[in-house]
Design a protein around this ligand. Sequence first.
Ligand code: AMP
Length: 626
Amino acid sequence: MSEVTEAPEAAPDAPRTFADMNLDPAVKQALDEMGYEVPMEVQHTIYDRAMAGTDLMVQSRTGSGKTAAFGIPLAQLVPAGAVGLQALILAPTRELAIQVSQELQRICMYRNIQVVPIYGGAPMGKQIAALKAGAQIAVGTPGRVLDHIRRRTMLPATLRLLVLDECDEMLSMGFQEEIEAILKELPTQRQTLLLSATIPEEIERIGRRYMREPEKVILSADFVGVHEIDHYYYLVSGVGRARDLLSIFEVERPDSAIVFCNTRDDTGLVAEVLQKHGHDAEAISSDLTQPDRERVMGKMRSGQLKFLVATDIAARGIDISNLPFVVNYTFPESPEVYIHRTGRTGRAGKSGVAVSLIGPREIGSFYYLKLLYKIKPVERELPTEAELKARREGARFDELRQRVTGEPTEEWVALARRVWQSVEGERLMAALIQQFFGEKPAEPAPRERSRPEAHRAPRPRREGRPERREPREAREPRERRERPAEPREGREPRPQADADAGGPREFWETWIDEKAVRSDPPDKDKDRERGAAREERPRRAEEPREEAGFVRLYVNVGKREGLDAEDVKKLALDAAPDAADALGRVVVLGSHSYLSVKEEVAAALAAAMTGRKVGEREILVEKARR
Ligand code: AMP
């Protein structure tokens, strides 16, 4: 039994390059070929002590380079061509055992050292043959290793080095008994390296009991890893948690993530909800067969799958690096589990984000975590429905602009103008966009044609339209559109009933006009001055004849936009300052106006005015039809 002594953090004179470390040239060459140019912190920090034969208890998380940290000394401490097993590495899962043995094989590739992986679920025969053939290093899971020792197919008498990798994981998976049984079978004269992301009391106990005066190496100030990650949390009611997760995804917009749940039932539900809402998600449970787990993990690694939903048990041994985002859908009871979960992001110096949903019952565990590991997660508020809507709208608008490229021809531009200026514009545009995004707009409700009031009552204001009109200044014409519409001369009159307003009149236009006339007594002076008294009353069948040489232009703005005759004239002059002498009578009605102009400038003036704006409304000017 021995005391655990704490080693300082990386010594000030610690080597910073592999060249400083005086590596065996065979190992150095292997590292060069692996592309390892600079040692990671844990690698240079423990190197000298490991080479000196000291027992070490290293607090180091997955992804920090710890495999090579023990692999590099191991490759040099094990004599090449030695007879009998020299080193044993215990790892919690089959995946990790395979991964570690592969990395060791690469590090040892220029030394005459054989590495064999030993794990359950694979035939014993091949493993026995490899051990018999004289493998010097075995990397295995505790259950299968103990099996081999008990069957005497693994003979540990020659062993001089033991590595306990991810020791806390092995304990939380219930391997304590097997580990202790193995430890009792190993020679006491050996070096032991223990690596663990957390060092709870059970590990300290193993250190005291089975290690020789181990030195504890803690790599970063409080905890390796957690401080390289951005931790956020959302307080949730606990009811409708899956919906809250969807909202969080809308705000955080992770490219890919692993979502941790405390129960298997939750993983199924979360994956289903995510899929239903268009996310590319799959649940991984411990029920899955190994090939299925491999398949899902392979998809995740290659980027074919964006979201993996898992319990802690199912996620063990999953080797997915570069994960940018980890979610605690339900908060773990033990702080160590939090560290493990979030340790899957922010690996190898990359930044990572850990987001937790904290319900009322999880607050206790959350505070304990903060206290124990001095993590300061930042609170974020769940977005409101309105915020989500605004974000969704913004994102769709961006997507629309990115995906819809190319210049439509003038014919389509003209149609577009017509669509958005029609009273149906909003509906048509919305339905088109909805279809563009792959959604089918709802079927319209059947129209109540027979109700006569329907033609008299104003249509209810559409949602989102401003109740009040903009102040006059804001309604002044704004910037000119680049491509004004060609004036629509020479067209056949449309077959529809109302022909003088450039298109079939909507019932509400008539209603607005009538209302405007009823509520606006004619300005007698102006009427006299312009001789237009009768035109203030829209008796279309009795329109006065146009002065000789003048034609009437239909302008799609009127009193509804707060305009009077002077304003309409100003619109015309802003568009065509030279046209002052060509302007004649102006008649402003509720939803539109008529502007008499000299025939020879009509087409050009219509073109110049079209596309300019009054407030948010784009102006359309065309020759009025009888
Ligand atoms: P590990 O913590 O052993 O799982 O290592 C995490 C990742 O870092 C693995 O992909 C290693 O291949 C990589 N790695 C380890 N050491 C180095 C190094 N010195 N230089 C570059 N990459 C490394």
